[in-house]
Design a protein around this ligand. Sequence first.
Ligand SMILES: [Ca+2]
Length: 223
Amino acid sequence: MDVDEGMLSNLEKLEKNQGLVNKEDVHIKIAPGKDIIITIDGLGNGVTYTRWGKKTCRKGVELVYEGYAGGGLYTEKGNGANFICLPKDPQYLSSTVPTWESKLYGAEYETNNKIFDKPTHNYNVPCAVCLAPKKSTKLMIPAKVSCPKSWTREYYGYLMTSFFGHNRNALYECVDHNPDIIPGTAKDTNGALFYFTVAMCNYGLPCRPYIPKRAVTCAVCTK
Ligand SMILES: [Ca+2]
């Protein structure tokens, strides 16, 4: 492949002048047409993601805030479908009481099993909002604990969401494999509940590699 010398010297100049580019981060490939595509890893403006079940971010990643995971009540059909990471220091505007409302509850682990290697059942779930600097994109991959080559794994754990028989119909989230708890919240108050997910492999998913009754994993990846 012929590579434009001027283009390479520009890259070298960028590296020399700004100290931003590592050679291993520069990828050059020929597109199906005639263009040459040059991509440089690690020059994004940063991406944010919520790390469910942890109060901290991994090393090298900025903690934007930590808080309480919350969402709709497991017995109610309405409310918001997602889990949200609620700051510990809320700010209000109006003091007028709404006539009709959507209700927000704290989230609990429904983990009465030995999947996590520490007591978490009925404890409330913390969360951390993290900023991965210089990254451009993020992706949660279900059923994987590793990330594709050239991606960075931010964290990994278990795919969790609402119980199949409850009214609440929540989104899937990736909860850290080594979760923290919110101290003092051991009481079973229910609220928005996190359950492990298993694949029903006789209904379209192949039985092997998917395994019945085994908690599905997840990885959150950035690039
Ligand atoms: Ca609780």
